[in-house]
Design a protein around this ligand. Structure first.
Ligand SMILES: [Zn+2]
Ligand SMILES: [Zn+2]
Length: 161
């Protein structure tokens, strides 16, 4: 028998009720309800059925050799390796009195453009907004990391001058 028919017979209306309830709540609300359910024995039992280890593996963090952050390599969204431009390496630049932007000496990028037209009309020498990070890539486990041969770090100027 098809799952759906089985559900309709054994649990009439429940599938629709749950679907309706989920569609009417925000992801945040749903996450709250799930976390609350995990606080009771019955709730936890139900959740381990919904989220077995294949779906939610136990925490297993390692440290990134580049940025020194802890991350879980099993979780795709956890693998982003990036660093914001350090404040002490950034300088406010001006073009006239209305156009300004920040320049990061460490990576050479321009960002936080202010006073430039967002549409068309770029002048040849106008800076481009290159985003808030010196670099953005994926973490490398500490043991595999070779600092002296990391092209990303070699591109950054960490000297004090
Ligand atoms: Zn930077
Ligand atoms: Zn990293």
């Amino acid at each position: 028998m098809e799952q759906r028919q089985l559900q309709d017979r054994e649990m009439p209306g429940e599938r629709e009720r749950i679907h309706y309830g989920l569609s009417k709540r925000s992801d945040e609300d749903i996450a709250k309800l799930v976390k609350k359910a995990a606080m009771t024995m019955d709730g936890l039992k139900a959740l381990t059925k919904i989220f077995p280890e294949e779906v939610m593996p136990p925490k297993q963090t390692i440290r990134c050799g580049r940025c020194d952050q802890e991350y879980d390599p099993q979780i795709p969204s956890d693998s982003v390796c990036r660093e914001e431009h350090p404040e002490d390496k950034c300088k406010m630049m001006w073009d006239g009195s209305k156009k300004s932007w920040e320049h990061c000496r460490r990576c050479g990028k321009d960002f936080k453009l202010d006073g430039f037209h967002s549409w068309g009309k770029r002048k040849r020498d106008d800076p481009e907004d290159e985003g808030p990070y010196c670099y953005e890539t994926v973490h490398v486990p500490m043991e595999e990391y070779d600092e002296d041969n990391d092209p990303i770090m070699l591109n950054l100027d960490d000297s004090d001058y």
